[in-house]
Design a protein around this ligand. Structure first.
Ligand SMILES: NC(=O)c1ccc[n+]([C@@H]2O[C@H](COP(=O)([O-])OP(=O)(O)OC[C@H]3O[C@@H](n4cnc5c(N)ncnc54)[C@H](O)[C@@H]3O)[C@@H](O)[C@H]2O)c1
Length: 443
């Protein structure tokens, strides 16, 4: 990515922005219905940094606190247009009813707008999501033909809705675990050869991401799939001057982990074990009941503590940490997940203590504002001339993407500081280091 000047030259945010989502399931319909309800004044955007966040500028004694949405030029909610693909043909109202996240009374109030949002036919391959059988699927065969069909969908959608810009956010199911083997995914050339050859199967999320980047559309990956997280895609994003971000929305249990673990580490409290288990009963839970899809999720969830706690630096505190994550599909709960954590910590002289967390959360309620913020920030990044991996958006992800020679930062508060400083940088404001010695210079 080029060094971005401070202040950056940012194209204006007028005009409409399309938010395209592969997967019109629980998360995306909660995001769409929620944004429509907020737009119509029925509800409030709680959990969204772009809509509710504020930021300090300058020194603490200058009293300059600004709302993020007034500080950086973001697309207005009224100018968002929603679209997507799914393997089922339910319109957005029907899909939101099926997802069972938002109550029917609220959905009824926006039914006419929601019902108009109908999924385009999906690119799907059951090999990658074994638990689902859809009917609303493109019949074209071959990687290149599928990509072309998706690119045509994007162009048609932009034209039909008179859009100025678009972003794509993967809200589709978690695909089976895949290693990004260098022979295929290691360079743009080898990857494009593989697309031409059609010899190896390609996960649909990869084809969507490729189509988006070729159309110059920023792409974020809300699932732990490979999707856009391999060197060939980094090169393509650079070539197309388009931002990418991922992966796996940070909601529920991992959000709690990245809030709690930095605190224990800051106090140098040891941790012997962290056992996390979940019950959830939505379609996501059903897909994750397949061991191969769960493996993708498990890898994404397990990496968090390792990076935050740095056991190699603190072997006495974290060297023996036993970290286990389980997800159990339990239909009666629907989208209302319950996540239990048992944390075995130790303090002064090695005395053991236990912490129990029981988070009765609503997964999609936590994920929806993330989709909104990512759509607006990725669009801002594109208009600011940023491209490639947007590490400043790590705040939103369980498994943040970063340059291969770096390690990801998981600590939620470090991620927040990075996000805020990036906005200050873009707008030509002084970065905040929290040093503050100058306040006491005259004492
Ligand atoms: N809910 C959360 O809080 C949360 C948190 C982190 C990550 N995620 C991830 O976000 C994704 C969406 O979660 P959800 O709860 O909305 O799941 P969901 O099952 O309700 O929705 C996913 C939708 O994607 C569709 N789909 C699957 N393959 C597709 C393809 N190739 N093209 C188009 N559509 C396809 C499915 O038919 C389904 O409607 C999942 O991968 C999940 O793991 C969710």
């Amino acid at each position: 990515m080029p060094v971005i000047d401070s202040p950056a030259k940012i194209d204006d945010s007028n005009g409409s922005l399309g938010v395209l989502m592969p997967g019109l399931g629980a998360v995306s319909t909660t995001f769409i219905a929620g944004t429509l309800a907020i737009r119509n004044g029925f509800s409030s955007p709680i959990g969204s940094i772009t809509q509710m966040g504020s930021l300090r500028l300058g020194k603490r004694n200058e009293n300059r606190e600004v709302n993020i949405k007034d500080f950086v030029p973001l697309t207005k909610l009224d100018n968002l247009v929603f679209g997507g693909w799914d393997i089922f043909d339910d319109n957005c109202y029907e899909a939101a009813i099926n997802a069972g996240v938002i109550e029917k009374e609220l959905l009824e109030q926006i039914k006419p707008e929601l019902s108009l949002i109908k999924p385009m036919k999906a690119v799907f391959d059951k090999k990658f999501v074994k638990k689902l059988d859809g009917t609303h699927i493109k019949s074209v065969k071959g990687h290149r033909a599928r990509i072309d069909a998706l690119r045509q969908d994007i162009r048609d959608f932009k034209e039909k809705n008179k859009l100025d810009r678009a972003v794509m956010i993967w809200c589709g199911s978690t695909e089976i675990y895949q290693e990004p083997h260098d022979s295929v995914y290691g360079s743009l050339e080898s990857f494009e050869n593989a697309l031409d050859d059609d010899n190896i199967a390609m996960a649909p999320s990869i084809l969507y991401a490729y189509a988006a980047l070729k159309e110059g559309i920023p792409y974020a990956n809300g699932a732990p799939n490979l999707s856009v997280d391999f060197p060939a895609m980094y090169s393509l994003a650079a070539k197309e001057k388009t931002p990418i971000a991922g992966k796996d929305f940070k909601t529920g249990q991992t959000l709690m982990k990245t809030i709690l673990a930095p605190g224990f580490k800051a106090r140098k409290l040891g941790i012997d074990g962290w056992f996390s288990t979940n019950i959830l009963g939505n379609r996501d839970g059903e897909v994750l009941d397949d061991p191969e899809s769960f493996k993708t999720k498990e890898v994404s969830k397990l990496g968090v503590l390792e990076q935050i706690l740095e056991p190699e630096k603190y072997p006495e505190l974290y060297g023996d940490l036993y970290h286990k994550v389980r997800i159990n599909y339990y239909p009666p709960r629907g989208d209302n997940k319950e996540g239990w954590d048992n944390i075995d910590i130790k303090g002064w002289l090695g005395y053991p203590m236990q912490i129990k967390v029981d988070f009765l959360c609503r997964d999609s309620i936590l994920a929806a504002p993330i989709v909104l913020d990512l759509a607006l920030f990725l669009d801002l990044a594109k208009r600011s001339g940023m491209h490639g991996i947007q590490e400043w958006l790590s705040f939103y992800f369980k498994s943040p993407m970063c340059k291969p020679d770096l390690y990801p930062v998981h600590d939620l508060f470090a991620q927040k500081a990075k996000l805020e400083n990036t906005l200050r940088h873009l707008m030509g404001e002084t970065l905040i280091t929290y040093l503050g010695l100058d306040y006491y210079e005259d004492d």
